[in-house]
Write a protein that binds this ligand. Structure first.
Ligand code: BGC
Length: 765
C-alpha cells in the first residue's frame, strides 16, 4: 500500500483504458484464453446488454426490504440482468438460468448470490461467536460446509465474509463480523475466503466470496447503522483496512461497497476507495458490487439525481448495481450525453464476465444445479455434527465461581428463561436460508446430553416486553407476543422451580432479531423484565448459572457482581442446544475468548484493548483530578478482549526471550511454559501482544501479534514459543509508509489482553 495522503483528497485521474491494458499485460496463459473468449463475446454485445450485466436485482424472498425489481423474467430474456440474489434451490435456479441461456440473445449465464453469512441451511454461530473460537481450521471448515450446501442449492456467490472492524456494541452489525482486532479479523477473513472459494473457483462446490462492507462500515458514528464515518488515514490503514486487504489477498473474487460516507464521500461514489486504493494499490482483480440500494441512496446522501449518482458510482469503480437499477435505467443516457465513456461500462462488464468465466458458467451454466446433491449435502448428519463442535468452541465462559460449572449429573436443575425452550432465536440474525424449526433448543440439548438429569422448566419472563423494542422488532418479522400469564406470575413460577432445585440454569439475552442490520441500541443491559427475573432468582439464594444469548457485548455489571457463573453462547446455530448442553454438563470444556470488549456501561463506548495512551493516563487507583478518566466509572472493561475461562486452570511462567536486542531481518523467540493445573483437560488460547513503546506517532498500548490454541491434559505443561520478526513491528506512519522504527518494545504473553506477563527488547534498524 503506497497511497499518499493527497490521493485521498484529489480525485485521481485514472484512465480506464490504461487499467485494462495493465491488467491484460499481466495475464497468464489461462487468463489469455479467458481474455480472448471475453473479447469475442463483448464484441457481439450491444451497450444495453453490457449495461445489463451490471444489473443485480433481488428475486423472491428478501429480508432487507421490498422486492424492488419488477419484471425480472422479461429483463433476463432481454439480457438486462447480470445476476440475481435471494433466489436459491436447484429448481428455482434452473428456471431462471434456463431463461438466460435459452431465451437471451447471447445466452450469458446468470450469477446467483445470497447472504450465506454463517452457514446456508446448517447454521453455525453468528460470526462474532465464530470468531471467539480463535480457530482458523474450524472457521474455514464452517465456510466450506456453507459453500458445499449453498452450491448444492444452486448458489455460486455469497455475500460474506463481513470483515468490518467494530468497536461499538451499540451497532447491531457487530454480530456479523469478527470483533475489534485487525490482526485476528484478517486471519478470519482470509480463512473464510479459502473456505468458500477453495483453491479455484472452477471447483464444483466453490462459490465466490464477497468481502464486505468496503469500507469502515463498523465505525458508524454513535453506533447508529448507516451513519457517517470520519477517520484519520493513519487509523484507517493501521486499524480498519487490514482485514479487507487480507481477504482480498486471499483471493476474494468480489467486494461489496459499504453504505456509509467516508470523510465526505459515500463509499459507493468514492473513487479513491474503489479504484485508487482497491485496484491500484491492492491489485484487486475481481468485481465490485454496491450494497443493496447503495447507488440510489447517493441521492439521499446529497450527491445528485439518479442519473448523476449512477454515473458517479460507476466512474468511482463500482461495477454492479444491486437493486437500485440506476445503472440499468440511466447509464445509456449518460453515455449519450458524454458524461461517461463506453470504456468504463466495458471495464465493469468485463470484470463480471471474467468472474462468470472463472466459475465455469460458460462451460456449464447448470454447474450448480443438482437436486440429488442438495438432498444429501444439506443438513447432513456430518454437517450438523461439525456445527455442534464449532458451536461449542465458540462459547465463552465469563465467570465460574466455586467451579459451579460443569453441572453435577445428579443435581436437580431448574431450567429457566424465555430462551431455554426456544428454537426460533437459536440460528441468530442473517441466518440466510436457515430453518429455525430444525434448530435444537437448550431443553432438548440437555435431555440429549444428560437424559437422566432431573430438569424442571419455567419460562420466567417474556423474551421482550419493552414496548418500543417490541413494536420495532415485530414490525421487522419477530413474532413475539406477551405470555398469557402476568410478569409476576411468570417470575413466581420460576422462583418456585428454583427453590425446589439444587441449581438454576437461566437462559436470557436478546431476541435474535435485536441483532444484525438496523438494530442499533443505546442501552445494552439485559432487558428490564429479564433482569427482574434474575434478581428474584438471585434472592432465593440458589446458585445460578446464567446462559447468555446475544448478538453483541452487553453491559453486565450487576450480573457479574451477583451471579456466580456466566456462559456466553451468542446465537450458536442449528445445533445450539446440543452444544450448550455439552458445555454445561462438561462434555466439552469451554475455550472461547472474546473478540470484542465487554464494557461496563454504554458511556465507556468505544472501548477497545488496542487503544492509545493519553498524555495523562490514569493508573486506575489515584484520586488525582487531571487524569484521563471518568468520575463515575472505571476506565476498564468488565471483560477484556481475549478473555474467556476454562473449567480447568492454566498457569503461565514468566516470558523468556532468547535475546534482548533485535536487528532488521532477525527474529526473537519468546517462550512461556503453560501448565494445566486444574482437574480437566482443556484448550487454552495463548496470546502474544507487542507494544512499540516510543514511536514517531502515538502507538497502541498493545496489539495482538500472534496466538496459539493449545490442548493440555490435566497436569500437563508445554513450552510455547512465538517467533517475533521485524514484520510484526511495522505500522503505517504519518506518511502512510509501512515501516518499523528503532526503539524499545514490550512483549506481553497471557491468556487475555489484560492478564499478561511482560518482557522487553530493543530493535535497531
Ligand atoms: C446488507 C448486506 C447484504 C445485502 C444483500 C444489505 O442490506 O447490508 O450485508 O449482503 O443487503 O442482502
Amino acid at each position: 500500500m503506497k497511497t499518499k495522503t493527497s490521493l485521498f483528497f484529489l480525485a485521481a485521474l485514472f484512465s480506464a483504458n490504461s487499467l485494462v491494458a495493465q491488467q491484460k499485460k499481466a495475464a497468464s496463459a489461462t487468463d489469455q484464453k479467458m481474455n480472448t473468449f471475453i473479447d469475442n463475446l463483448m464484441s457481439k454485445m450491444t451497450v444495453d446488454e453490457k449495461i445489463g450485466q451490471l444489473n443485480l436485482p433481488a428475486v423472491g424472498f428478501d429480508v432487507t426490504g421490498p422486492i424492488l425489481s419488477q419484471g425480472v423474467n422479461e429483463k433476463i430474456e432481454k439480457g438486462l440482468v447480470g445476476g440475481v440474489f435471494n433466489t436459491f434451490t436447484p429448481q428455482a435456479v434452473l428456471k431462471l438460468q434456463k431463461l438466460a441461456v435459452t431465451k437471451s440473445r447471447l445466452k450469458i449465464p446468470l450469477l446467483f448470490g445470497y447472504d450465506v453469512v454463517h452457514g446456508h441451511k446448517t447454521i453455525f454461530p453468528i460470526p462474532l461467536g465464530l470468531s471467539a473460537s480463535w480457530d482458523m481450521d474450524l472457521i474455514e471448515k464452517s465456510a466450506r460446509i456453507a459453500a458445499r450446501e449453498a452450491s448444492a442449492d444452486g448458489l455460486n456467490w455469497t455475500f460474506s465474509p463481513m470483515v468490518d472492524i467494530a468497536r461499538d456494541p451499540r451497532w447491531g452489525r457487530i454480530a456479523e463480523g469478527s470483533g475489534e482486532d485487525p490482526y485476528l479479523g484478517s486471519l478470519i477473513g482470509a480463512a473464510m475466503v479459502r473456505g468458500y472459494q477453495t483453491n479455484s473457483l472452477s471447483n464444483k462446490d466453490a462459490i465466490m466470496a464477497c468481502v464486505k462492507h468496503f469500507a469502515l462500515y463498523g465505525a458508524a458514528e454513535g453506533g447508529r447503522d448507516y451513519n457517517t464515518t470520519d477517520m484519520s488515514l493513519i487509523r484507517m490503514y493501521n486499524e480498519y483496512l487490514p482485514p479487507y486487504k487480507a481477504a482480498i489477498d486471499a483471493g476474494a473474487e468480489t467486494v461489496m461497497v459499504s453504505f456509509n460516507d467516508i470523510n465526505g464521500t459515500p463509499a459507493t461514489a468514492n473513487k479513491w476507495l474503489l479504484t485508487d486504493l482497491l485496484r491500484k494499490d491492492w491489485g484487486f482483480k475481481g468485481f465490485v458490487v454496491s450494497d443493496y440500494t447503495g447507488v440510489s441512496e447517493l441521492i439521499a446522501h446529497g450527491l445528485g439525481d439518479l442519473q448523476t449518482v449512477s454515473a458517479r458510482s460507476l466512474e468511482a469503480g463500482n461495477d454492479m448495481d444491486m437493486v437500485s437499477e440506476g445503472f440499468l435505467t440511466t447509464l445509456k443516457q449518460s453515455l449519450k450525453e458524454k458524461k461517461i465513456t463506453e470504456e468504463v461500462i466495458d471495464m465493469a462488464c468485463r470484470r463480471i464476465l471474467e468472474s462468470k468465466y472463472k466459475l465455469g458458467l460458460f462451460e456449464n451454466p447448470y454447474k450448480y444445479v443438482n437436486e440429488e446433491l442438495a438432498k444429501t449435502e444439506i443438513l447432513s448428519a456430518q454437517n450438523r455434527l461439525d456445527a455442534k463442535n464449532i458451536a461449542a468452541a465458540s462459547m465463552v465462559l465469563l465467570k465460574n465461581n466455586n467451579q459451579l460449572l460443569p453441572l453435577k449429573r445428579n443435581a436437580k436443575i431448574a431450567l429457566i428463561g424465555p430462551l431455554a425452550d426456544n428454537k426460533r432465536d437459536m440460528i441468530g440474525n442473517w441466518s440466510a436460508a436457515g430453518d429455525w424449526k430444525k434448530a435444537v433448543s437448550v431443553i432438548e440439548g440437555l435431555k440429549n446430553a444428560a437424559p437422566d438429569m432431573e430438569i424442571t422448566y419455567a419460562k420466567g419472563a417474556n423474551l421482550v416486553d419493552n414496548p418500543a423494542i417490541l413494536k420495532q422488532i415485530n414490525a421487522n418479522g419477530a413474532d413475539i407476543t406477551a405470555d398469557a400469564k402476568s410478569p409476576k406470575q411468570l417470575i413466581d413460577e420460576a422462583v418456585n422451580a428454583a427453590q425446589k432445585a439444587d441449581i438454576a440454569v437461566v437462559v436470557l439475552g436478546e431476541s435474535a432479531i435485536m441483532g444484525g442490520e438496523a438494530t442499533s441500541r443505546t442501552n445494552l443491559d439485559l432487558l428490564p423484565n429479564q433482569k427482574d427475573l434474575l434478581k428474584a432468582l438471585s434472592a432465593t439464594g440458589k446458585p445460578i448459572v446464567l446462559v447468555l444469548m446475544n448478538s453483541r457485548p452487553l453491559t453486565l455489571e450487576w450480573e457479574d457482581a451477583n451471579v456466580p457463573a456466566i456462559l456466553e453462547t451468542w446465537f450458536s446455530g442449528t445445533e445450539a442446544g446440543n452444544a450448550i448442553a455439552d458445555v454445561l454438563v462438561g462434555n466439552y470444556n469451554p475455550s472461547g475468548k472474546l473478540t470484542a470488549t465487554f464494557p461496563r456501561n454504554v458511556g465507556q463506548i468505544p472501548l477497545y484493548y488496542n487503544h492509545k495512551s493519553t498524555g495523562r493516563p490514569y493508573d486506575g487507583i489515584s484520586n488525582e483530578k487531571f487524569k484521563s478518566r471518568y468520575i463515575d466509572s472505571s476506565n476498564d472493561p468488565l471483560y477484556p478482549f481475549g478473555f474467556g475461562l476454562s473449567y480447568t486452570f492454566f498457569d503461565f511462567s514468566p516470558i523468556k526471550l532468547d535475546k534482548s536486542a533485535l536487528k532488521s531481518g532477525q527474529t526473537i523467540q519468546a517462550t512461556v511454559t503453560v501448565k494445566n493445573t486444574g482437574k480437566f483437560d482443556g484448550h487454552e488460547i495463548v496470546q502474544l501482544y507487542l507494544q512499540d513503546i516510543y514511536g514517531s506517532v502515538t502507538r497502541p498500548v498493545k496489539e495482538l501479534k500472534g496466538f496459539q490454541k493449545i490442548f493440555l491434559k490435566k497436569g500437563e505443561s508445554k513450552k510455547i514459543t512465538f517467533t517475533i520478526d521485524t514484520e510484526m513491528l511495522k505500522f503505517y506512519n504519518s506518511d502512510l509508509k509501512f515501516a518499523a522504527e528503532s526503539g524499545d518494545f514490550n512483549v506481553f504473553i497471557g491468556s487475555n489482553s489484560r492478564d499478561v506477563s511482560t518482557a522487553k527488547f530493543s530493535f535497531k534498524l
